[in-house]
Design a binder for this molecule. Structure first.
Ligand code: DGP
Length: 115
């Protein structure tokens, strides 16, 4: 059984976060340390520690995260200017919180993916 992270507390609204969207499957909130004018994390309400733990039965959930990401990008007014979606997995990608999350970054030119 995977250990809960601070993100489970955000989902349950036990600690404060700037939540921009929530439904029965996912929660989206502004990153505490934004790397771009828009920096939002989209996470499943269910705890999945890393991308390696995603099961075939999670396919619809992951698809829903993408749909929500696109809706939020529109809401933020960056759908036409552009944005980047990133999911980090484990050490070499710099994953810090072991509850999968999709970073939605935009609002400026983000440059090349790998510098
Ligand atoms: P990653 O490196 O992909 O695991 O990114 C984790 C992100 O989570 C990082 O950009 C900072 C953000 N983060 C960590 N703790 C909190 C928190 O308590 N609240 C919010 N809003 N964001 C957090």
């Amino acid at each position: 059984m995977a250990e809960e992270t601070i993100f489970s507390k955000i989902i349950r609204r036990e600690i404060p976060a700037d939540i921009v969207f929530q439904d029965d499957q996912v929660t989206a909130f502004r990153d505490i340390s934004p790397q771009a004018p828009t920096h939002i994390l989209i996470i499943p309400n269910k705890l999945i520690p890393t991308v390696n733990h995603i099961a075939e039965s999670d396919e619809a959930l992951l698809g829903h995260m993408m749909v929500v990401a696109a809706k939020i990008a529109k809401q933020e007014g960056i759908d036409e200017s552009g944005y980047r979606l990133i999911m980090n997995c484990n050490k070499d990608a710099g994953q810090e919180v072991f509850h999968i999350h999709m970073h939605l970054l935009g609002g400026k030119n983000l440059g090349r993916l790998i510098g």
